[in-house]
Design a binder for this molecule. Structure first.
Ligand code: GDP
Ligand code: IMO
Ligand code: MG
Length: 426
């Protein structure tokens, strides 16, 4: 057996949560492989809207096991809130959730360090979600971090104090004011809850499950253009958001990767700082934001909006080895007479169709093709066969440029607003 991977091809918030939830009935295990509570994965069904941060998006299904992999960073405080909310909804979280012993813990001081670093950067700030992600991954690679497996260690508190002492030194160098004693009780309550949940050696669990023939879907967080190596550095997150991250974040050999589902919006959004070649600063951008309800699931910040960027999409498809595409939020573009798609950039006087090293406005100018809008409400559609011809043309245009089939088209936030194109020839 192989592990299928679902990941975002843009700057995050593509709709990963919705599609993982839709696909979960076909899988036995859903496994998050990186990121932490900087993620906000939204699911909607039966009139309920729910946002998950650390818990995989298969949790609402009755039998699937949901794994938080070793590549994830866990904040016990947000984690407890998530669990409490799910339990309140009647979800049997404990029986379906497994946590990797090698996953790292976000300490309250990691969150403080995130805030201090961003304040120090001033106008140059990353626009972090301030969830402590960067500092936690820095401690992981700096070999100072605290892992889930340490919680049961009698020396846990001593190790915690040791790391916090280090953080306090850095915070004082930043001249950052804080009150740690206000933050610690919630942290230790979260640790107590984590202590009651089932932990696993993720690599062993996953590989054994594969041998037993169980079907596994790996769920990415953030998006490929926020990847630590391939994103618009330094305006990126601190983990490997790409397909290779599923290998390191779960303990999988590369040959164990099966299908790679690449998910993208029919346009682009970005939250936080950093270059965004097709960004719209005008009324059209505002219309997309309004109609797509483009406000952050975690921070509620308005998302920046722009037209679809094919060179960026092709780049993400290439580094991830995407085998199937999933296009989200087609319904949001229904109101437009014309839809623009960036197919190339002007870069140093040359027309290119790939993503160069620097995509800042001084280096790239997008070149657009204009496509006819479909001007029809899509939100009530149930069959791909009923899609308007202009939308079919939009889909074929993207398939033609990327060389990858679009298997699913999403036309609304609800589970049911999902069109499967498997039987439809492009
Ligand atoms: P994720 O982080 O990739 O899981 O995406 P988010 O949940 O942060 O953001 C996606 C947003 O779009 C959520 O509010 C979803 O409910 C919503 N959404 C998902 N698919 C669609 C769609 O096809 N149409 C519309 N209008 N909204 C959608
Ligand atoms: P999901 O999984 C969109 C962005 C932040 C910021 C940058 C670094 O919901 O798609 P960090 O908190 O990681 O230090 O922030 O990355 N960012 C996201 N943007 N969706 C996300 O996750 C994101 N997680 C981080 O806005 O620009
Ligand atoms: Mg999100």
């Amino acid at each position: 057996m192989k592990v299928d991977v679902l990941l975002g091809l843009q700057w995050g918030d593509e709709g990963k949560g919705k599609i993982v939830d839709v696909l979960t009935p076909g899988y036995d295990i859903i496994a998050r492989f990186q990121g932490g509570p900087n993620a906000g994965h939204t699911l909607e069904f039966n009139g309920i809207k729910h946002v998950l941060n650390t818990i995989p998006s298969g949790i609402f299904h009755p039998t699937a096991i949901n794994i938080i992999g070793n590549g994830v960073v866990i904040d016990p405080v947000t984690f407890k809130k998530e669990i409490d909310a799910l339990v309140k909804m009647g979800v049997d979280v404990k029986s379906k959730l497994r946590i990797a012993t090698r996953a790292h813990l976000i300490l309250p001081t990691h969150r403080l360090l995130d805030a201090a670093s961003e304040a120090h950067k001033g106008k140059e700030k990353i626009g972090s979600t301030l969830k402590g992600i960067g500092p936690t991954y820095m401690d992981k690679t700096g070999r100072n971090g605290l892992r889930i497996g340490e919680i049961k260690n009698p020396n846990f508190k001593a190790k915690y104090d040791h790391l916090v002492a280090k953080h306090k030194e850095i915070l004082s160098a930043y001249n950052f004011e804080y009150n740690l004693s206000e933050l610690e009780p919630a942290f230790f309550e979260g640790i107590a809850l984590l202590n009651t949940l089932e932990t696993i050696n993720c690599e062993q669990y996953i590989n054994t499950a594969l041998i037993e023939g169980r079907k596994i879907l790996a769920e990415g967080a953030q998006g490929s253009l926020l990847d630590i190596d391939f994103g618009s550095y330094p305006f990126v997150t601190s983990s490997s958001t790409i397909c290779a991250g599923a290998c390191t974040g779960l303990g999988l050999a590369p040959g164990r990767i099966g299908k790679v589902f690449g998910i993208f919006k029919a346009y682009c959004t970005r939250v936080g700082s950093g270059p965004f070649p097709t960004e719209l600063h005008d009324d059209t951008g505002e219309r997309i934001r309004k109609s797509g309800n483009e406000f952050g699931s975690v921070t509620k910040r308005p998302r920046r909006t722009g037209w679809l960027d094919i060179p960026a999409l092709k780049f993400a498809i290439m580094i991830n080895g995407v085998t199937e595409l999933i296009m989200m939020k087609a319904d949001v573009l229904s109101e437009f007479d014309q839809i623009m798609v960036c197919t190339h950039y002007m870069h140093k006087g040359e027309k290119i169709d790939y993503l160069p090293y620097d995509i800042s406005p001084e280096f790239v100018t997008p070149i657009y093709s204009e496509l006819k809008g479909w001007k029809k409400d899509l939100t009530g559609l149930h069959r791909a066969e009923d899609m308007p011809e202009e939308l079919c043309h939009y889909i074929r245009f993207i398939e033609d440029k990327t060389g990858v089939p679009i298997r699913i088209v999403s036309v609304g936030p609800d589970r049911k607003q999902t069109l499967l194109r498997d039987k439809v020839t492009a």
